[in-house]
Design a protein around this ligand. Structure first.
Ligand code: G3I
Length: 423
């Protein structure tokens, strides 16, 4: 796509502040002499090609007030605004973050992300409403077979209800399949399974649909990318689950393919493409939700790591973005300074030479890596130009005093008899 065409696409779809920033950035180059901002950013290329593209972020690190005032000099904040048209909280919307106690919610960080994204004209993914991990200690000691349904329903109504109309897609249930647990249906033996049986899945999706009818309800999973026997089997169980949802009329709109990939060893291929097509045949969208590339087994310095990581981005995004129902691609972290891989002490995260990993399109110093260029060129190559570039969310801006006003969800155990304000 020519620069002029990209500029026009951007002008048609992006908020005024970003167009101004792009204008200011005209001609700006990075250390490697390549322009990666403004019309050359991932965001602009993605918007022009109708793709949602972004990253998992840490809301607490965003200078939201400075950004709102147009004065921020914080590099992370500027990078996230510049490069993403969709963001997701890495941890701030999980139970462990939102639920300090059984009777309270703490929305500080989640609200912060929503406010930032709305200022930046970005969409937000919600991650997640029901998972076996990252649950508060009180839940494990408080939840029983008798109260588990109410706990789950109340949580989803409150959280999805609070952000009703402001979330592009919710990971309603995360990682519910684990064939190693030995159940015939391939489902994981989680806390929710133990207390509610497989019905917990349908409870979660139907409650989320009521609480936020506009959000694309997503099932998000890892370990389904490769053509290895293990991933192939897991993919088959996920497909079985999605078919069961469709057959029973469970509201589901998308599948999230996490995509935590390795630089060495087997790579994704025909099995994943067939899976995405099966999902499409069921009417489901597909999102790449947590892309990163781990180099813990790869010898060599940063240049070799970068080349191997970029090669995986090129091949992987070339494969999946070619599928018309793949509508979003997010990396798990915006820069390697913020990657969970570099924060982990697990053996699978540690390189033999002790060096830090470089799994993302931006490095520890927030400079673009070769993966950035691989990502951008895969967007240009695989996604056709959109008739209407992706712009800011269509939800009209709320009045500041109304922005985070909780409201009752019909059917909620905590709902008043009549909607608020009804006479
Ligand atoms: O916030 C506390 C901090 O107060 C405390 O001092 C510190 C001590 O360990 O822990 C901090 O919480 C950690 C949190 O990340 C924030 O850094 C948790 O221990 C740690 O378990 C948590 O890890 C997150 C993990 O999910 C579990 O929730 C990772 O950051 C996050 O990247 C990872 O993300 C998951 C996706 O949600 C689902 N798919 C796989 C992906 C990678 O595991």
């Amino acid at each position: 796509m020519s620069k002029a065409a990209l500029g026009m696409a951007a002008a048609a779809g992006l908020p005024a502040w970003l167009r101004a920033a792009q204008g200011a950035a005209q001609g700006a180059t990075n250390q490697n002499g390549m322009n990666t901002v403004g019309a050359d950013s991932l965001r602009t290329h993605a918007a022009a090609h109708g793709l949602l593209c972004g990253a998992a972020v840490v809301p607490n690190l965003l200078d939201v007030d400075g950004f709102a005032a147009g004065t921020t000099s914080d590099a992370y904040t500027r990078l996230v605004a510049e490069q993403a048209n969709i963001v997701v909280a890495e941890n701030s919307m999980k139970w462990a973050a939102l639920r300090p106690t059984a009777t309270t919610f703490d929305f500080t960080q989640a609200d912060r992300l929503i406010r930032f994204a709305e200022l930046a004209g970005q969409r937000v993914r919600g991650h997640n409403l029901c998972w076996h991990e990252s649950v508060p200690a009180w839940l494990q000691t408080t939840a029983t077979k008798e109260n588990a349904k109410q706990l789950l329903v109340n949580h989803i109504q409150t959280v999805a209800g609070r952000y009703r109309g402001r979330i592009h897609s919710w990971d309603v249930v995360n990682e519910a399949v684990n064939p190693k647990d030995g159940r015939g249906d391939g489902l994981r033996n989680s806390l929710w399974m133990e207390l509610l049986g497989p019905e917990y899945l349908e409870i979660a999706y139907t409650t989320a649909a009521q609480a936020d009818p506009e959000a694309k309800l997503t099932y998000n999973e890892y370990g389904i990318e490769l053509d290895t026997p293990e991933d192939t089997a897991k993919r088959a169980y996920v497909l079985m689950l999605l078919r069961r949802f469709k057959a029973r009329g469970v509201p589901i709109h998308a599948v999230g393919i996490q995509s935590h990939l390795q630089a060495s060893g087997p790579q994704p291929g025909a099995g994943l493409v067939a899976f995405i097509r099966e999902a499409r045949a069921m009417g489901l969208e597909a999102y790449i939700t947590e892309l990163d590339v781990n180099t813990h087994k790869l010898p060599g310095g940063p240049e070799l790591q970068d080349a191997a990581v970029a090669e995986v981005y090129k091949n992987y995004l070339g494969l999946v973005l070619a599928e018309p129902n793949v509508l979003a691609a997010l990396t798990w972290g915006a820069t390697s300074a913020h990657s969970w891989i570099n924060q982990s002490k697990e053996p699978w995260a540690k390189r033999a030479d002790g060096s830090r990993q470089r799994p993302l399109p931006f490095d520890d110093d927030l400079r673009p890596t070769p993966a950035f260029y691989a990502f951008r060129s895969a967007i240009d190559t695989e996604k056709p130009l959109a008739a209407q570039p992706i712009g800011p969310p269509t939800t009209p801006a709320a009045k500041p005093q109304d922005l985070y006003k909780p409201f009752a969800v019909p059917g909620s155990p905590t709902a008043p008899a009549k909607p608020q304000g009804a006479s």
